[in-house]
Design a binder for this molecule. Structure first.
Ligand code: HEC
Ligand code: HEC
Ligand code: HEC
Ligand code: HEC
Ligand code: HEC
Ligand code: HEC
Ligand code: HEC
Ligand code: HEC
Ligand code: HEC
Length: 336
């Protein structure tokens, strides 16, 4: 085992030197991200296995997880955010599948997924993988979409973490028993991380340039929607974020932000094909068409602090109808 405490101090000093890379920095991302360098004694990536209290000769359990230590130690300000006891030992020393006394019976699954900010322990607040990632979604560039996306978290979500390329049953059994050689562990981790980069995504040019939204152009003029510019702008804002690219790993993930609840093959169904102009009493949860548009457009603009159009600036979206809008806005807003 390594001498964790001394390392932690050295590493904290080293990390201060690369502070421009840390989360708190709201400045623009550098044009070409500098190659990351290690400031810890940790391997740059490792596979974490579901270590249990009982012998597990069949290797039963969730698939193990390849963890990119290098990106995390560079992006997260302090080692203690994760190594919350101050010892840079494996989490499974204290958190196992069943839980053990050293970890106050906090199980491995809780330590890795707990959604809450746990209470402080020795002045550090333990953060799980999923708990911290969920907080990342509050950043402005993420909040717009994540304001309007209901997390479905299907199996592809679990498998973003729980997947190791080239893993054999023998690797799994050895990994759980703690006898997998370090170089084999490192090899598996490196192969998996490589495959995680740059998943195939539909591009802005796979959608229309502009769309005329006029299904309910009843009181007001139709809205011309700059489709391609929107998709391009959203993708550009997050292209340097490895967390986003690892999890947006289905070709249609980003399109499904707006084209939800429907497979995106060919042309997606219009919003109006599922959102009727009046609420269907059989389906009171589903917003009617006008509300569906407004909630989507404005929900994202609000989350991203878009300066123009303001949600109250009706004419930016509803062009050339200023006089009429002013007349009837008060009567219409909030009503059917
Ligand atoms: C951000 C990464 C991440 C995501 C996403 C994630 N997990 Fe995990 N999970 C881990 C890590 C790391 C471990 C510990 C290593 C291991 O057990 O494979 C773990 C452990 C577990 C365990 C305990 C080990 C066992 O075999 O009993 C279960 C169960 C589990 N995960 C289920 C899930 C399910 C189901 C999902 C999707 C709903 C999911 N996880 C999504 C990272 C993740
Ligand atoms: C985002 C969370 C996170 C941050 C930040 C982080 N680590 Fe880690 N570290 C981990 C995880 C998870 C493991 C793998 C634990 C396991 O195998 O159970 C690990 C493993 C290690 C190991 C190898 C432990 C062993 O014996 O297997 C060392 C050493 C280490 N980290 C040092 C550091 C240092 C020093 C820093 C700060 C510069 C740091 N870590 C920052 C999460 C983190
Ligand atoms: C030396 C033992 C030890 C090590 C090593 C350790 N933990 Fe913990 N962990 C604990 C104890 C004890 C608690 C319970 C704290 C309490 O309730 O006061 C805990 C609690 C947690 C919690 C809070 C869970 C919840 O549901 O509130 C998380 C998250 C967590 N640990 C993550 C980790 C991660 C990730 C690692 C590895 C990077 C790790 N721990 C390494 C002992 C340890
Ligand atoms: C304290 C916050 C925090 C914790 C804890 C944390 N992450 Fe992350 N994770 C991040 C950030 C920030 C990024 C990178 C964003 C960027 O590129 O700037 C990231 C990136 C990732 C990525 C994509 C990058 C890659 O190459 O793999 C995966 C997958 C991931 N984390 C898994 C995990 C797992 C598994 C754990 C737990 C063992 C974990 N994370 C714990 C904050 C965290
Ligand atoms: C263009 C819209 C869009 C933007 C911008 C966006 N996301 Fe997502 N993201 C999605 C969609 C859609 C899903 C899939 C939701 C689901 O099925 O659970 C998703 C899923 C995720 C997930 C896994 C599911 C979850 O709830 O944890 C993570 C992690 C994630 N995004 C991270 C990010 C990060 C970090 C950013 C900002 C740097 C970001 N996203 C920006 C649309 C977006
Ligand atoms: C971010 C863009 C946006 C803003 C800002 C906006 N709307 Fe809309 N609104 C839309 C879209 C898109 C539609 C659907 C257009 C259609 O199908 O004709 C719509 C539809 C409507 C409709 C139903 C169509 C009709 O002709 O009856 C009304 C009423 C309406 N908006 C009123 C307002 C008022 C009042 C404001 C200012 C408080 C406003 N909107 C601000 C985007 C916006
Ligand atoms: C930010 C929200 C948003 C995103 C992201 C998005 N779209 Fe759209 N898209 C819309 C809206 C709104 C419409 C108009 C729907 C209507 O008229 O009911 C539309 C319409 C379309 C249409 C139909 C055009 C027509 O003339 O009928 C296609 C095709 C399309 N989108 C493809 C895509 C593809 C492919 C992606 C991913 C690359 C994507 N969209 C991402 C909001 C979005
Ligand atoms: C294939 C059917 C379908 C299509 C097409 C569709 N929606 Fe939805 N929408 C739903 C369902 C289902 C819900 C969830 C509420 C419910 O249970 O009825 C929903 C909910 C919503 C909500 C409420 C927030 C939420 O996620 O629960 C908004 C806003 C919304 N839709 C906007 C839109 C917009 C804008 C479009 C077009 C770009 C669209 N929807 C296209 C089926 C659809
Ligand atoms: C997922 C996020 C998101 C959604 C959903 C969204 N927007 Fe936007 N919108 C933006 C961002 C970000 C900008 C800032 C301008 C840029 O980056 O290009 C913007 C800018 C605009 C602008 C001013 C710039 C321009 O293109 O003229 C208009 C008008 C607009 N949006 C209309 C709409 C309408 C109408 C809808 C709903 C059909 C909508 N937006 C849905 C993110 C979104």
């Amino acid at each position: 085992m390594r001498n964790g405490t001394t390392l932690l101090l050295l590493a904290a000093i080293a990390v201060a030197g690369v502070a421009y890379l840390t989360l708190g920095d709201a400045g623009p991302a550098p044009a070409a991200a500098p190659a990351l360098t290690s400031v810890s004694d940790a391997p740059s990536a490792m596979v974490i296995f579901p270590v249990g209290e009982k012998p597990n000769p069949e290797g039963v359990g969730m698939k193990p997880v390849a963890f990119n230590h290098l990106v995390h130690e560079n992006r997260i300000e302090s080692c203690e955010s994760c190594h919350h006891t101050g010892d840079t030992v494996a989490c499974t020393t204290c958190h196992t599948v069943e839980g053990r006394a050293e970890g106050k019976f906090v199980t491995l699954a809780q330590a890795m997924h707990s959604p809450n900010i746990a209470r402080q322990m020795q002045e550090n607040t333990p953060q799980s993988c999923v708990g911290c990632h969920t907080r990342q979604l509050q950043q402005q560039e993420c909040a717009g979409c994540h304001n309007v996306v209901k997390p479905a978290r299907p199996e592809t979500y679990c498998n973003t973490c729980h997947k190791v390329n080239g893993l054999t049953k023998a690797d799994m059994v050895a990994g759980i028993a703690g006898s997998l050689p370090d170089d084999r562990n490192a090899e598996l981790a490196a192969d998996t991380l490589k495959a995680r980069e740059n998943p195939t995504q539909l591009q802005p040019t796979d959608g229309p340039y502009k769309v005329m939204i006029d299904e309910i152009a009843d009181h007001y003029k139709a809205s011309m929607y700059a489709h391609r510019r929107h998709v391009a702008s959203l993708m550009e804002r997050i292209e340097d974020n490895s967390l986003a690219s690892a999890f947006h790993n289905q070709p249609t993930t980003l399109c499904s932000t707006c084209h939800h609840n429907s497979p995106l093959k060919g042309a997606p169904p219009k919003c109006g094909s599922c959102h009727p102009q009046r609420i269907n009493p059989a389906n009171p949860e589903r917003p009617q068409l006008k509300a569906a548009y407004h909630l989507l457009c404005m929900g994202c603009h609000k989350g991203m602090n878009v300066a123009r159009p303001l949600n109250t600036s009706c004419v930016t979206c509803h062009k050339h109808s200023e006089a009429r809008l002013a007349d009837s806005a008060a009567a219409t807003l909030g009503g059917e």
